[in-house]
Design a protein around this ligand. Structure first.
Ligand SMILES: [Zn+2]
Length: 280
């Protein structure tokens, strides 16, 4: 049985061996793909990279600060509105840009990630699954536990006051759907409902327009339909559709097929270089 207290440290979060194994397989798969097909794109001068995280646990704070220094030393960190405008403009992208993103809506964003970003005068975009925002770890324990397969990790979610505070700190809140289901498993009507309802709820609760959608799980053809779902997002009024595929976004790439690089905040600079620049 999981503990009654929400997880605060990465070491507790990964005590499940199946998760560790999954992480290893994921890393190996990514490394092979990086080496096999990204080199030609890496060589181009201008790009926007979207690093993405899920959490900054208490024992990951220092690591996250190092990542922010790394991004600032390697290029310019820009907010998501500017990143999307740059891609929409079809102008040449002169420079190397980072747009930092977060998925899933965990409490450690407001406790750890946001204060560190503010301390470095940097902005990021945070994507929330609206059905989980404001859940209480005691009252809604089963629902909170069910967010992760296996149901053995109790991670606390933000509430709407936290989301407003994130916006007040200069950050962006975007949609990560309502229920965090794989869109590919839903009917068209349900996909429309997930994208539309989450947008409306975010706009009502935060009093800010919700312009960006980040697809749960995010793999084309496995988790979403690339020929259908980004278009639904555009029709509903979103300005972007973010995926889970790695790699840089370059001039001419669509804002409705944003590539992102999944990172763990405790990874060192060598791992960052490897995953972002293919080991160069
Ligand atoms: Zn997610």
């Amino acid at each position: 049985m999981p503990d009654d207290k929400p997880i605060r440290n990465f070491s507790e979060f990964t005590k499940s061996s199946s998760l560790l194994e999954k992480t290893r397989v994921f890393a190996r798969d990514i490394a092979i793909r990086l080496l096999s097909f990204q080199k030609s794109r890496e060589m181009r001068e201008g790009w926007i990279r979207f690093p993405y995280y899920h959490h900054v646990f208490d024992d990951e704070r220092k690591g996250f600060e190092k990542h922010l220094r790394f991004f600032s030393n390697s290029g310019d960190v820009i907010c998501i509105d500017d990143a999307i405008k740059l891609l929409e403009s079809s102008k040449p992208i002169n420079g190397q840009y980072f747009c930092i993103t977060f998925d899933d809506g965990f409490k450690n964003w407001i406790e750890n990630a946001v204060p560190i970003l503010v301390g470095h005068s940097l902005r990021a975009a945070f994507f929330v699954p609206t059905g989980f925002i404001g859940l209480d770890v005691i009252k809604n324990r089963d629902q909170v536990l069910n967010f992760f397969p296996g149901g053995d990790r109790l991670v606390e979610f933000l509430d709407w006051k936290d989301c407003k505070a994130i916006i007040d700190a200069g950050m962006t809140i975007g949609s990560h759907s309502v229920s965090h289901k794989k869109l590919i498993q839903l009917s068209v009507e349900d996909v429309v409902d997930e994208l539309k309802t989450s947008k409306e709820i975010i706009e009502e609760k935060t009093e800010k327009s919700c312009k960006h959608f980040c697809c749960p799980f995010g793999r084309a053809g496995i988790d979403f339909l690339p020929e259908r779902h980004p278009q639904i997002a555009a029709d509903i009024g979103y300005h972007s559709f973010l995926t889970g595929h790695r790699g840089p976004n370059i001039e001419g790439d669509s804002p409705f097929n944003i590539h992102r690089d999944h990172l763990l905040a405790n990874w060192g600079e060598e791992q960052l270089r490897y995953f972002l620049f293919g080991g160069n």
